[in-house]
Unconditional design. Structure first.
Length: 642
């Protein structure tokens, strides 16, 4: 069978951090004879070379190439390309890992769309990854019609024939941004680039010791020398004009302006801060015309203008002001409706923890020159924010806590300008309703089991800020729901009261309180139980009865209103006590997940009865005890008054 994909992994002293990478590569859904893994050991001095040789001896998919240390990842990747047999080459770093179906999905998507480059959706675990690029699938993407330029890490799948035809290889030696040079040229020379966004293919991981190469302090002079080489690639393959300015803007925004903003800039040592600023000043003056900064957001334009003018102290002052700007988002209602959670919320910027206000009546600035001082910069931002408020954007993002896999949710947004007491200042408030459907929330598919946190992302005024969704006042979370074959429990985290979803609860039980005698009963062998559950439509379930020596699975039905109906095999249950559990899936799952229920049954001759309901949790018992104490105290007060 021809090899479809060659995975190239440059390796240098990863230690234990390579294990997740190895495991994910060997778990791939692509048949074992259709892909290969090439580890290029770049002179590791730890136990990794022996570990890789052992792996290769045990698995025919794995090859290992050992070489002297070359100083960076460029040469190992090129060596891997030369050794690859696959139709496509996939680049993976040794401290990252893949989704289990990544190679199969990316390969099929690339072949279906005739792609020279396939970009798979990324999730960042402690690391930033592109967001807008992966909003939707993009079968035919270009640097002109999609934000491809936001994704310049090398973690792509590239057609081998394209690499050989163009002679495209990574710059070698001890240098930075070799991936920017390679990926930018690939985008600009490819016949087609395809972006796969409905499955998380690549997990970009920050190591616990923060020793990833991208987190190490760098030499600014060398860094921006290498950055100029990426700009050279853009100039080589584009004409002067709007497209080139837009591409250059990526480096101005990400590698320069963002390094000079807020807490990130202020956290740097003073000497490094000044050296960084001087190098950025040189590149901005040397390489960027006025059209590059003109497309930036207002805050970014101010910083770019100050950098171009060489005004270091003003950049520091602006960073100190920006560091106090935040975002707050509050849920005003959370309810089940039509098989989905509907979340009503508000969001607005804050300054020093208080709602941010803006001038009610001010002309938008021209940005023709840098602001005279901090006060004028803040005035410009306020006026521009009011003028552009109609174009502000709010997104609700559902993010899985352990993997950081993120998905945009459908949202309707309205904008409200709230006058202040004297009418001279206003608040800019975004109101939204988000729909989180458990069966469709993951790019049209069902969410997986796990803990999912709700984030709100706001863009306007030159900021893109994200925060967890909290609650307004005492807004309650709704009952758990059984939707799309999964149990979904909305809850507020402690102590911060942020909205999260527990899908197929990890603790293995379904918290329903303590059912009363009117809620559950058995008559004629039929168990009827009204549960505090949201059920949008009749759902086939399985009830599991577990005794001391055996277990029995019984089909049942959950109806809207939380009504469970199951016919028990009375003859099989006699003389034994049975704990109960519920599986909300239809029964097609290979490993159905049962959740413990707070009811115990007792089989007897001719019937079954409810012998007890589970004891409440410790917090519930404490709350009940506290209520009893308060009632007794109140009774004593009333008695004394008599």
């Amino acid at each position: 069978m021809p090899v479809k994909v060659s995975v190239v992994v440059p390796v240098y002293n990863p230690g234990r951090y390579i294990e997740d990478c190895v495991d994910s590569l060997l778990r791939q859904s692509l048949p074992p004879d259709e892909y290969e893994v090439i580890f290029v050991d770049d002179g590791s001095t730890d136990e990794t070379p022996a570990r890789l040789d052992q792996l290769a001896a045990a698995d025919p998919r794995v090859r290992v190439i050992h070489q002297e240390n070359s100083g960076w990842s460029g040469k190992p990747r090129n060596v891997g390309i030369a050794a690859a047999h696959g139709e496509y080459v996939m680049f993976v770093d040794n401290d990252d890992h893949l989704g289990d179906e990544a190679l199969e999905r990316m390969y099929d998507y690339g072949v279906a769309n005739g792609a020279d480059v396939v970009v798979g959706k990324m999730a960042g675990r402690g690391r930033g990854v592109p967001v807008e690029l992966f909003r939707t699938n993009r079968p035919r993407a270009t640097v002109g019609n999609a934000p491809l330029i936001d994704s310049l890490t090398p973690h792509k799948m590239v057609r081998r024939e394209f690499l050989d035809r163009t002679g495209l290889r990574f710059p070698e030696g001890r240098r930075r941004l070799e991936d920017h040079v390679f990926v930018t040229e690939a985008y600009l020379r490819a016949d087609n680039v395809s972006v796969l966004s409905d499955y998380v293919c690549y997990y970009h991981v920050r190591r616990d010791d923060s020793s990833n190469a991208g987190f190490q302090r760098f030499d600014p002079a060398g860094y921006f020398k290498n950055l100029r080489e990426a700009l050279d690639v853009v100039e080589r393959y584009t004409e002067p004009g709007a497209l080139r300015d837009r591409l250059f803007r990526r480096w101005l925004r990400v590698e320069m302006v963002e390094r000079l903003r807020g807490r990130r800039f202020l956290a740097l040592p003073e000497d490094f801060r000044r050296e960084l600023f001087e190098q950025i000043h040189e590149v901005v003056v040397e390489r960027f015309g006025p059209g590059v900064a003109a497309g930036l957001q207002p805050t970014q334009r101010i910083v770019a203008a100050l950098a171009a003018a060489g005004r270091f102290d003003d950049v520091v002052a602006f960073a100190e002001w920006e560091a106090a700007v935040g975002l707050v988002a509050r849920a005003e209602r959370v309810e089940w409706r039509d098989g989905a959670l509907r979340v009503g919320l508000t969001a607005e910027y804050t300054l020093n923890g208080e709602p941010m206000t803006f001038p009610a009546d001010a002309a938008p600035p021209s940005f023709d020159a840098p602001p005279r001082d901090l006060a004028e910069a803040v005035e410009w931002l306020g006026a521009d924010s009011v003028a552009r408020f109609g174009k502000s954007a709010l997104d609700v993002v559902l993010r899985e806590r352990s993997s950081s896999a993120s998905y945009f949710q459908p949202v309707e947004v309205t904008r409200e300008t709230v006058p202040g007491d004297d009418g001279s200042r206003v608040r800019l408030v975004l109101r939204a309703t988000a729909i989180v459907g458990p069966g469709t929330a993951a790019s049209g598919g069902p969410v997986s089991g796990g803990l999912w946190d709700v984030f709100v992302r706001v863009r306007f005024g030159g900021w893109t800020k994200e925060c967890r969704l909290g609650r307004q006042g005492d807004v309650s979370a709704p009952y758990a729901g059984v939707v799309a074959g999964r149990v979904v429990l909305p809850y507020w985290t402690e102590p911060h009261a942020n909205l999260s979803l527990d899908v197929d609860p990890a603790r293995g039980r379904l918290d329903l309180g303590r059912p009363g005698p009117r809620d559950v009963g058995v008559s004629g062998g039929r168990l009827r139980w009204t549960m505090p559950l949201y059920v949008p439509a009749a759902t086939d379930v399985r009830l599991r009865l577990t005794g001391p020596a055996s277990r029995v699975d019984v089909p049942g039905t959950l109806e809207p209103g939380g009504h469970l109906d199951a016919l028990l095999p009375v003859g099989d249950l006699a003389g034994t006590t049975w704990r109960t559990a519920l599986c909300p899936a239809s029964g097609d799952a290979d490993e159905p997940r049962f959740l413990a229920l707070p009811v115990v049954l007792r089989g007897r001759a001719g019937g079954v009865r409810v012998v007890r309901t589970a004891r409440p949790s410790l917090p519930g018992r404490l709350a009940r005890r506290a209520r009893r104490v308060l009632r007794r105290a109140a009774n004593r007060v009333r008695t004394a008054r008599r």
